[in-house]
Design a protein around this ligand. Structure first.
Ligand SMILES: [Zn+2]
Ligand SMILES: [Zn+2]
Length: 167
C-alpha cells in the first residue's frame, strides 16, 4: 500500500491524539515544513502543571459543553514552537478535526502556508467562518478524508485507545 506524505502526517496527528487528556475528545496536530520535517506537534489538554481536564474534580465547561481547561492541539503546536524557538512560518498544519475559529485566527498569525484537516466537527457553528477566515488570509485549507491506509492505521491504534493511559 503506497502511503503519501500527507497521509503519513495525518497518521502522525492520529498518534498524538492518543495522548489527549481531555474527556471531551481527542485531537492531535502536527506542523511540518515543505520537506515534511516536523516543526511542532500537539494534542489537546490542560496547560503544564494543571491537572488533566479528565481528572478535574469539577470540569470547567462553557454553555455549549466545551471544555475550558483544554488547549487545542493546534494551539499546542504554536506553544511548542514558541517554547523551542521554531518558526511555523510557511509551514503546513495537519489536524484531525476542522479547526475552530480561535485556532484559525492564530494559525494566520503564525504565517502558515496551508492546513489539512481530516474530520468535520459538527459541534461548532463557527467552523465555516474559521475556514473562510483562513482562506481569506491566504492560508490554503483542504480536507484530507480517511484513505484506506489511514483507516488501517486508525484500526491499529484502537487497542491503544482502549487502554487508560496515564502520563
Ligand atoms: Zn479538556
Ligand atoms: Zn481550536
Amino acid at each position: 500500500m503506497k502511503i503519501s506524505w500527507h497521509e503519513r502526517m495525518m497518521m502522525l496527528a492520529e498518534w498524538w491524539a492518543l495522548w489527549s487528556t481531555c474527556s471531551k475528545g481527542s485531537v492531535g496536530a502536527v506542523v511540518v515544513d515543505e520537506d515534511f520535517q516536523v516543526l511542532a506537534s500537539g494534542f489537546n489538554g490542560a496547560p503544564r502543571g494543571i491537572k488533566h481536564c479528565q481528572d478535574q474534580d469539577e470540569p470547567l465547561v462553557d454553555a455549549d459543553g466545551h471544555c475550558l481547561y483544554c488547549i487545542h492541539a493546534e494551539m499546542n503546536c504554536g506553544h511548542q514552537a514558541a517554547r523551542t524557538g521554531v518558526s511555523l512560518r510557511g509551514g503546513t498544519l495537519f489536524t484531525l478535526t476542522r479547526p475552530c475559529i480561535r485556532c484559525a485566527m492564530n494559525m494566520v498569525q503564525w504565517g502558515l502556508d496551508s492546513v489539512f484537516y481530516r474530520d468535520l466537527y459538527l459541534g461548532d457553528p463557527f467552523h465555516d467562518r474559521a475556514i473562510w477566515l483562513l482562506r481569506h488570509s491566504g492560508v490554503r485549507v483542504s480536507r484530507l478524508e480517511v484513505t484506506p491506509a489511514m483507516a488501517a492505521h486508525i484500526l491499529s491504534l484502537d487497542n491503544l485507545k482502549n487502554q487508560t493511559w496515564k502520563f
